[in-house]
Design a protein. Structure first.
Length: 486
């Protein structure tokens, strides 16, 4: 097929639940491509000689390769190509910020001067992963003979799962210690069911279990099991404990009843099934007017969950403009379709309370944009005399997370940054303690699934080299990666 014919094919729409229907349930919003739509969408790829899309993928998936297989209708080869670099395609196909990575680099989108018209790489990835799961077509992974080496992984988020998956295939024995009662990290306790069904994460965890990874749930490293004990007992340790410590603005009223951190709200509503109260015994307040503070994916998840929990009004208050909002465009679009109200260039300065210590409103100041700050985004500046009070009976604070301090504080030998992240050699994931590696949000600060997985993969390669040679110095020479601290 000629390039001009490929460029003439319009992007294939993905069916989704209607907004009025979906705010009444927790089921997934997009319904996925049909096989026919996936083939047509794959046909839009120009098979560029230089694959800019692959360069834009943090784990370097051969994107033209799998698109070419889909175009031929060879779905088994397509998913096989993805799995060579990405162990969680059903997850990444749903939640990766493709519009800032592979799809931003796509030549088709550039030709149309619209990244929204790039080849829908993420949707095709999702289709292949779902096809594989639904048809039971998964190919058995080949495991290396046992090495006799034992590895402990702290945290079962995307970073920890990637390390576990890579090292078990290399013949090491792997035990994952997870504080919560379910494995998956943010994928199960944060990202809501309507964006990422838990059954999908559960299946990935099950596959690792079938390969021999042992999961010790309800086990807190640094409390139930001291970290130095794990370091002595195992041949290598990976710390992937994430960034689960909520940040607050530090304004008056944040301790009123009806104020939740995003993490607590989503964990209760989502993982602990408060949406099903009283069938599930997790209590949660169901606000009528819910204000969510923040502009990232977490804020969108909170505001959309609040609607599903019965809110009459769900407001997002964000201090910059929409152009600076870090949330994925698709999530903002879905939130808006569902009726979430966006209050941009506004910032809470106080949460006001009333009878019994419950939230009654949020005092808000209007903002304007100044020069870019160190993050490259335009600074937001309060407009004097512009304050007003927004009535609210529930406030969800979604302004970011820091690394949970428990592992570093109970293991002071490990070097940390001023903001509490673990310092690693970014080429290998090695920490300041011999035999201990780290990666994901505990190193990067709150980042993304695919970046956490990318770090897990780097660490797994270095851990394998360490376990095989006993060498600690110069590991990057063995793995062929370039050094540097992060
Ligand atoms: C609500 C929400 C929505 C998001 N949406 C997106 C999105 O759409 N796309 C995207 O790419 N990214 C998104 N992210 C970010 C992404 O989920 C994270 O960057 C990613 O999960 C980090 O992976 P991780 O493995 O480092 O840590 P986590 O996923 O945080 O997993 C860490 C695990 O370690 C466990 N743990 C912590 N301390 C201990 C301990 N002491 N002992 C044992 N276990 C411990 C935790 O319980 C947790 O299960 C979102 C984050 C949130 C909170």
């Amino acid at each position: 097929m000629e390039a001009k014919d490929r460029l003439a094919i319009p992007p294939q729409p993905m069916p989704e639940q209607a907004p009025s229907e979906r705010i009444g349930n927790l089921r997934e919003v997009p319904l996925g491509f049909t096989p026919e739509a996936a083939v047509v969408e794959a046909r839009r790829c120009l098979q560029c000689r230089k694959a800019f899309c692959t360069e834009g993928c943090p784990v370097g998936v051969d994107i033209p390769g799998f698109l070419e297989a889909v175009e031929r209708g060879d779905f088994a080869s397509g998913i096989g190509i993805i799995r060579r670099r990405n162990a969680l395609p059903a997850v990444c196909g749903r939640v990766c910020p493709q519009e800032q990575q592979c799809q931003l680099a796509c030549t088709v989108g550039k030709f149309h001067h619209d990244p929204g018209k790039s080849v829908s790489i993420g949707r095709i990835e999702r289709f292949l992963a779902d096809w594989e799961r639904e048809t039971g077509a998964a190919q058995a992974s080949v495991k290396a003979p046992p090495t006799g080496r034992r590895v402990a992984v702290i945290g079962s988020g995307p970073a920890g799962l990637t390390v576990a998956g890579d090292l078990i295939l290399l013949g090491h024995s792997v035990t994952v210690f997870e504080a919560l009662h379910q494995a998956g990290g943010v994928l199960v306790y944060g990202i809501p069911e309507f964006r990422l069904p838990k059954a999908i994460v559960r299946r990935e965890v099950e596959l690792l279990g079938n390969l021999g990874v042992e999961f010790r749930l309800d086990t807190i490293a640094g409390r139930t099991r001291p970290v130095d004990e794990l370091v002595r007992e195992y041949d290598a340790v990976f710390i992937g404990s994430g960034a689960g410590l909520p940040k607050f603005q530090g304004i008056p009223g944040e301790n009123l009843l009806g104020v939740y951190s995003a993490n607590e709200y989503l964990t209760r509503a989502n993982l602990m099934k408060a949406y099903d109260f009283p069938a599930a015994d997790t209590p949660i307040q169901r606000g009528r007017t819910v204000v969510t503070v923040g502009g990232g994916n977490v804020a969108m998840d909170c505001a959309r969950t609040a609607l599903r929990m019965g809110a009459e009004r769900s407001l997002v208050v964000y201090r910059r403009s929409e152009a600076e909002m870090p949330a994925r465009r698709e999530e903002v679009h879905h939130a808006r379709e569902e009726g979430v109200e966006f209050h941009l260039l506004e910032n809470p300065v106080e949460i006001t309370g009333g009878r019994g210590g419950w939230v009654e409103g949020v005092r808000i100041v209007r903002m304007t944009l100044g020069e870019p700050d160190s993050s490259g985004r335009r600074r937001s500046i309060p407009i004097e005399g512009s304050e007003f009070v927004q009535e609210a009976d529930e406030v969800l604070v979604a302004i970011g997370n820091s690394p949970n301090p428990l592992v570093p504080s109970s293991f002071p030998e490990i070097e940390t940054t001023r903001w509490g992240g673990i310092v690693v050699n970014e080429a290998t994931g090695q920490t300041s303690v011999r035999g201990v590696f780290a990666g994901g949000d505990i190193v990067l600060g709150a980042a993304t699934v695919i970046l956490a997985m990318g770090q897990g993969r780097i660490a797994a390669r270095a851990m394998h080299a360490y376990l095989s040679t006993g060498r600690w110095e110069g590991l990057e020479e063995i793995t062929g990666a370039e050094g540097g601290q992060s």
